[in-house]
Design a binder for this molecule. Sequence first.
Ligand code: HEM
Length: 217
Amino acid sequence: MIKALRKNLLRICLHLLSLIPATWLGWQVWLWVNFAAHDLTANPIEYITDFTGGWTIRFLLITLSISPLSRLTKWSLLKYRRLFGLYAFLYGLLHFLNYMVLDYYFDWPLIIEDIFKRPAISFGMMAFCLLIPLAVTSFKFVIKKMAKSWQTLHQLIYLLTIFAVIHNYMMVKADVLVPIIHGIILSFLLGYRIITRWNKQKSIFKKQLAWNNILQK
Ligand code: HEM
């Protein structure tokens, strides 16, 4: 029992840390609905949308950072990537539910009109829709069943994070600094990925060339 606890200590800590924003938000919403003093500003619905949207994008960027961080530090962090991806989905779901329930009161014709008429919302919706199959296929038995196609499907995280950053940039009202920082971080992560792929292909090509030379001799 203690051994298992020690083995999973980091995982438990990461879960607890990831749940802090949601717990704080839940507490503030509880105060708000009970007419007590809260920190959700004068426009709680807008605040909740921005708060949950912010945490969705942060978790997406954390998920994308795991692989480069693991390579650079040589720590085995890849096993935690799924955890962060699922928290990105959780906060994304809260973000969308807040928009659908509190902001638009399930007014589907208005929601659909908003999605098609406002490009910023279209990008958010595309990002969220792409996040759904990734969350659904994150269970171990699905990963085993899908094998290679799972990896191909999960490449979608890059595309959806690009959509999410565009949505974030278009949605802010005044200060665009934060979405620009998100965009810069994403560019570094995509750049790193492209360079490592390029190097991998170069070394495969070199090996093939060496083999051909040996065979010709
Ligand atoms: C992965 C998906 C998504 C991410 C990462 C995301 C992220 C964000 C972020 C960071 C903001 C805050 C902008 C600010 O600081 O002012 C935001 C705002 C907003 N998002 Fe999203 N979003 C996503 C999907 C969606 C979807 C599906 C909808 C609705 C269909 C939506 C509707 C909104 C709205 C209405 C706001 C503006 C709230 C306001 O300030 O009035 N988002 N989103």
